[in-house]
Design a protein around this ligand. Structure first.
Ligand code: SAM
Ligand code: DTB
Ligand code: SF4
Length: 314
């Protein structure tokens, strides 16, 4: 059996979701073990370098100026503030430092500031990642030149469901930024959010779209919606945890050589569900007590958890 193929149709991915749970996990395990050390996990630490006040209307997000959430808008952090946080992340054992900004996209002066941050963080020996929204022509090249290793830009959901979640941009805009990032030679970090009221068909469709990118994204974050009071998606029925695990398995099988990240939502997830996600082929997590504006398990707790599972950082 080979799972390495270039294109995945939605129906093929849906068929994976519909396998008996044990068969799906077994298949994901086989693919995982053919490509990775199954006990190694990559650790990325997040920081919000520019919080709140965003012009976009993403229905899941705490940082949109259009939603009445508890998040206060803050100015961009200084290079020194970012560097201090990166040093802590490195001391705690993270290998990658991800800088997130609540922008539709960066202006040139924003980009200049981020480039300084990238250079400073990289000089510590950490991999760098940034998620700054949509990029215009030439911006990805500037980030590459500054030494950026990864750019995160998620497709979030299926092409059909996207307009239910965001109206201030469209799917094509996301795909355009992703091709700018790829063409500049930056590694692509691109994934999804589930638990937003989408159907299994939508989950299969976003995984198929991710897997059909050429080349496949090097890093694939799978986020479980973190419900934020005041955001439009607050109060929606949570996703069955086993369906979350199935989504991870489908990502692993269809993107065998990518790092699949068990991303947002771990603070609300049992250790057993997280362990199933590792069994399903997740091999990366966000590490450190905060995501961008919401909580994540603290680093010491995660170290104990990983030790309990006999897992080690990559
Ligand atoms: N503003 C930029 C953008 O949207 O591309 C970068 C930051 S944005 C917060 C990065 C990603 O975080 C989103 O694409 C989404 O996948 C994820 N995210 C944001 N809020 C979330 C939430 N409440 N629960 C789960 N994931 C979330
Ligand atoms: C990703 O896929 N998830 C991260 C990161 N990329 C930027 C963000 C999660 C945010 C969760 C909600 C918050 O803390 O605001
Ligand atoms: Fe803005 Fe990004 Fe939040 Fe959308 S997800 S509102 S673009 S910060």
């Amino acid at each position: 059996m080979t799972d390495l193929k270039d294109m995945w149709t939605v129906e093929e991915v849906k068929a994976l979701f519909e396998l008996p749970f044990s068969d799906l996990l077994y298949r994901a395990q086989c693919v995982h073990r053919e490509n990775f050390d199954p006990n190694a996990v990559q650790l990325s630490t997040l920081i919000s370098i520019k919080t709140g006040g965003c012009s976009e209307d993403c229905g899941y997000c705490s940082q949109s100026a259009r939603h009445d959430t508890a998040v206060q808008s803050q100015p961009i952090l200084s290079v020194d503030e970012v560097l201090a946080a990166a040093k802590v992340a490195k001391e705690n054992g993270a290998s990658r430092f991800c800088m997130g900004a609540a922008w539709r996209g960066p202006k040139q002066r924003d980009l200049d500031a981020v480039k300084e941050m990238v250079k400073a963080v990289r000089a510590l020996g950490l991999e760098t990642c940034a998620t700054l929204g949509m990029l215009k022509d030439g911006q990805a090249e500037q980030l590459k030149e500054a030494g950026l290793d990864y750019y995160n830009h998620n497709l979030d959901t299926s092409p059909d469901y996207y307009a239910e979640i965001v109206t201030t941009r469209d799917y094509e805009d996301r795909l355009d930024t992703l091709s700018r990032v790829r063409n500049a030679g930056i590694n692509v970090c691109c994934g999804a959010i589930v638990g937003m009221g989408e159907s299994r068909q939508d989950r299969a469709a976003v995984i198929a779209t991710l897997a059909s990118q050429d080349p496949q994204p090097q890093s694939v974050p799978i986020n479980n919606l973190v419900q934020v009071e005041g955001a439009p998606l607050h109060g929606i029925d949570p996703l069955d945890p086993l369906e979350f695990v199935r989504t991870i398995a489908a990502a692993r099988i269809t993107m065998p050589k990518s790092h699949v990240r068990l991303s947002a939502g771990r603070a609300e997830m049992s250790e057993s569900t997280q362990a199933l996600c590792f069994l399903a082929g997740a091999n990366s997590i966000f590490y450190g007590e905060k995501l961008l504006t919401t909580g994540n398990p603290d680093a010491a707790k995660d170290r104990d958890f990983l030790e309990k599972l006999g897992m080690h950082p990559m």
